[in-house]
Design a protein around this ligand. Structure first.
Ligand SMILES: O=P(O)(O)OC[C@H]1O[C@H](O[C@H]2O[C@H](CO)[C@@H](O)[C@H](O)[C@H]2O)[C@H](O)[C@@H](O)[C@@H]1O
Ligand SMILES: [Mg+2]
Length: 257
């Protein structure tokens, strides 16, 4: 990304791609489709050798102003990147672990647990449809059963209606999820910017999917940068674009040096 500093507002204007250095930035990274290549199944992802160490170097380079902002649960992120001590926002912003290691989130209700159980049972008998349990959220993946998309949507709508107002449907890549209503990735970014290590910096948000648009909007509002990963033509609020997660990983290696 060519990056120019606006002397009047002190903001950075993103023109294309990713910035040449991270001085003065706080970096917010989505995981699936941004840091990691998309796989056929939620468990099929692989974390490239060297990525955890590169993220730790980037966090150090940023004075701790690095956050992961993902639809995965905080517990799953810990399994993917064991020992990486950064702010984690999980479940699309609905649960989070702050810099002091405290975890915040949503409790389950009987109705929500019953809906989760129903999807688990149905998916077990549904070729190619994968159920993912994320604690206070669950997902129905149809990447391996594209012809089932309509039925998956129909069932998830019905389940959503059965759990009340505390949860909402979340669209994603070949997935429909039920996740806690309220705090989204934009709120996550805004709140995280108040942490000591982040204060006084400008946010750079990098993501690939519809859930990341709230984080792009928040970064833009604060005069920061937003970059979308992908080559499709979907409308986006992101100011810049890169093609693949491999580009993001190469950038991290470069700027974290
Ligand atoms: O916000 P993210 O970090 O991008 O997480 C979004 C969802 O990612 C995962 O699902 C997606 O990636 C899978 C693995 O590549 C892929 O098989 C699936 O089709 C994608 O939708 C994850 O399983 C979800 O829980 C996240 O919400
Ligand atoms: Mg993503």
């Amino acid at each position: 990304m060519d990056q120019k500093s606006d002397q009047t507002t002190g903001s950075l204007q993103a023109l294309d791609g990713l910035p040449g250095d991270v001085n003065g930035l706080a970096v917010f990274l989505d995981i699936d489709g941004t840091l990691l290549d998309i796989a056929d199944t939620p468990d099929g992802i692989s974390v490239p050798l060297g990525l955890p160490a590169a993220l730790a170097r980037l966090a150090a380079r940023l004075g701790g102003a690095l956050a992961l902002v993902t639809g995965r649960s905080v517990a799953t992120v810990d399994r993917l990147f064991p020992g990486l001590s950064v702010v984690i926002n999980g479940l699309h912003g609905a649960e989070w672990r702050d810099g002091a290691g405290r975890v915040f989130g949503t409790g389950l209700t009987d109705e929500f647990s019953a809906a989760k159980h129903r999807l688990r049972e149905q998916a077990a008998r549904w070729p190619g449809v994968i159920f993912e349990d994320k604690g206070a959220a669950f997902a129905a993946h149809y990447r391996l059963a594209p012809a089932s998309e309509g039925q998956v949507r129909h069932l998830m709508r019905a389940l959503s209606e059965s759990v009340g107002d505390g949860w909402k449907l979340q669209e994603g890549k070949a997935v429909v999820e039920l996740r806690p209503r309220g705090r989204d990735k934009g709120d996550a970014l805004m709140q995280t910017m108040g942490h000591e290590a982040f204060a006084g910096r400008l946010p750079l948000a990098i993501g690939d999917d519809v859930t990341d648009e709230a984080m792009f909007a928040a970064a833009n509002r604060l005069g920061g940068l937003s970059v979308r990963v992908g080559t499709d033509r979907r409308d986006t609020l992101a100011q810049g674009r890169v093609a693949t997660p491999a580009d993001v990983r190469a950038w991290i290696e470069r700027v974290a040096r």
